[in-house]
Design a protein around this ligand. Structure first.
Ligand code: HEM
Length: 485
């Protein structure tokens, strides 16, 4: 080979090599360009948000950030990194990641002085998961069927006290009825029949401590926290006394949750202690109570202000009565499809958990609807805003409109964006196991009420009380009722 041909070959090889290297490098550049850290909303940009938040509230503020920064962005404030993941496309790891990768972190620490050190976030995660299993086991369809009769009895007894006609605050009425039902179905005959009023007072002192201050400083020595601590001690005493008396008399047959907790065993064979049973009862009662009263009151507001929906619900009840007479049982309740959709739609528009929070223990990657990938670093606090996710117009048609039919078999809008499009009951690893019980309870109350009374809304449509932990309808909800013949 002469010098000229060597030079030509060298030039070709060099050209080849540079093309390959360029491709690799540009490939990397494209990858690293499309996979990057989320855009950051810094302290200065946050100042712009203050007037938006004051004027238009939480949802409008997150919406503003979503429009400006996209589906994934990080708010950086005083060293804290809060990353928003907006839309079902970026929610997969958030809901399904292992607890070792992503968890509640210390978010629910405020519940320790409410429920005690023996349960929930007062203990290690393995024991906590086992206790969660005890609770979810008692919500299986078989166990729920057993609860229908005592729950229905409560509903009948309650409405038997209403007169021929009258005016009531439906929000208050429904809250009280839910307390009666839950005390019977979850805690059992003794609490319901012997200590109900005392229980309600003590529970209200515990529930009253679930406020924004305690989310950050749950042990600050203020009056509400002293009342909470006294109430917890007394409640644990009352419930432990019931446990001791049942141990002597033998199990009670209503299939209540307290008995389930007593009968539960840890994997190593250990039984539950009195303090654990009492703590679990308070925790479950809390999880069930505030979410359910929120859901049923919003359903009332929407149903009673949407005549077309109310007429369809009443028609559905008439059809069911034609087939089953006055009977209400587990199967009949599960055939109240339109009523189910009305409740589901109220919860879409007013999810009791407006923003889900987690902490990342390991880095992970998300890919947005537009195809952008973001690396989410370890130790970021993560937020998945249900209030925005439930209002995506590419998933829900006219999302601001109350339209229960969107969940009907023809439209199934909640399936359009995948399994994280509708998260009123959470999703994935920590999804709510009380959903079926909650729907059963709501349908029982609504079907019984509408079969026996004509109800009309007198108050104007309520606004959301966003000062509350779970944003409920503000003020009273006055209705007139007339008993049907
Ligand atoms: C309308 C009624 C209800 C709604 C909307 C609701 C909503 C939710 C949501 C959104 C979560 C997930 C929280 C998160 O991922 O951060 C959750 C979890 C939970 N819910 Fe419900 N809930 C309701 C009723 C109930 C009832 C009746 C019970 C019990 C009888 C219950 C027990 C629980 C428990 C124990 C968890 C924690 C699950 C876990 O961390 O693994 N809920 N609920």
């Amino acid at each position: 080979m002469d010098m000229t041909s060597s030079a030509v070959w060298f030039a070709i090889a060099l050209l080849f090599l540079s093309v390959v290297v360029t491709k690799i490098v540009s490939g990397r550049l494209i990858t690293s360009d499309r996979r990057r850290l989320p855009p950051v909303v810094n302290g200065l940009a946050m100042l712009v948000l203050v007037p938006i938040f004051i004027r238009n509230g939480r949802q409008a503020t997150i919406q503003y950030l979503h429009t400006k920064f996209g589906s994934v962005f990080t708010i950086s404030l005083f060293g804290l990194k809060l990353t928003f993941l907006i839309g079902p496309e970026v929610a997969d790891h958030f809901f399904q990641g292992l607890d070792s990768e992503i968890s509640y972190g210390k978010i629910y620490e405020f519940t320790v002085p409410m429920f005690g050190q023996a349960v929930g976030y007062g203990i290690d995660s393995t024991t906590q998961n086992e206790q969660m299993r005890f609770s979810s086991d008692s919500m299986t369809p078989l166990n729920l069927r057993r609860k229908v009769e005592p729950m229905l009895q409560e509903v009948k007894d309650y409405f038997s006290q209403w007169g021929e006609d009258g005016i009531v605050d439906l929000k208050h009425e429904l809250k009280h009825l839910l307390m009666l039902i839950s005390s019977r179905a979850l805690l059992g005959r003794e609490v319901r029949e012997e200590v109900f009023m005392e229980f309600c007072q003590l529970f209200s002192d515990i529930q009253g401590s679930a406020n924004m201050i305690n989310l950050l400083f749950p042990y600050v020595p203020i009056l509400t926290n002293r009342q909470r601590d006294r109430a917890r001690i007394k409640l644990i005493e009352i419930l432990s006394e019931i446990v001791r008396s049942r141990k002597l008399s033998g199990p009670v047959g209503d299939g209540d949750m307290l008995q389930k907790f007593m009968d539960s065993r840890y994997r190593d064979g250990r039984s539950t202690t009195e303090e654990e049973i009492a703590g679990l009862c308070i925790a479950i009662f809390f999880a069930a109570n505030h979410t359910c009263s929120h859901a049923i009151t919003w359903t009332a507001a929407y149903l009673l202000s949407h005549e077309d929906c109310l007429t369809t619900v009443v028609e559905e009840q008439k059809n069911i009565i034609r087939e089953n007479k006055d009977r209400i049982d587990y199967n009949i309740l599960s055939h109240m499809h339109f009523l189910h959709r009305c409740i589901k739609e109220a919860l879409r528009m007013h999810p009791p958990v407006p923003v889900f929070l987690r902490k990342a223990h390991m880095p992970f990657t998300v890919r947005t609807k537009q195809g952008d990938q973001y690396d989410i670093p370890k130790d970021h606090i993560l937020a998945s805003p249900t209030i925005l996710n439930h209002n995506m117009s590419y998933i829900y048609k006219n999302p601001q409109q109350y339209d229960p039919d969107r969940f009907g078999p023809e439209r199934k809008e909640d399936k359009i964006g995948g399994k994280f499009s509708y998260t009123s009951f959470g999703a994935g690893r920590h999804a709510c196991f009380g959903e079926a019980y909650a729907y059963m309870k709501f349908k029982m109350i609504w079907s019984y009420m509408l079969r026996n009374f004509e109800v009309k809304l007198l108050s104007s449509f309520p606004i959301e009380d966003s000062r509350k932990f779970v944003p409920e309808p503000q003020g009273k909800m006055m209705v007139s009722y007339k008993r049907l013949r």
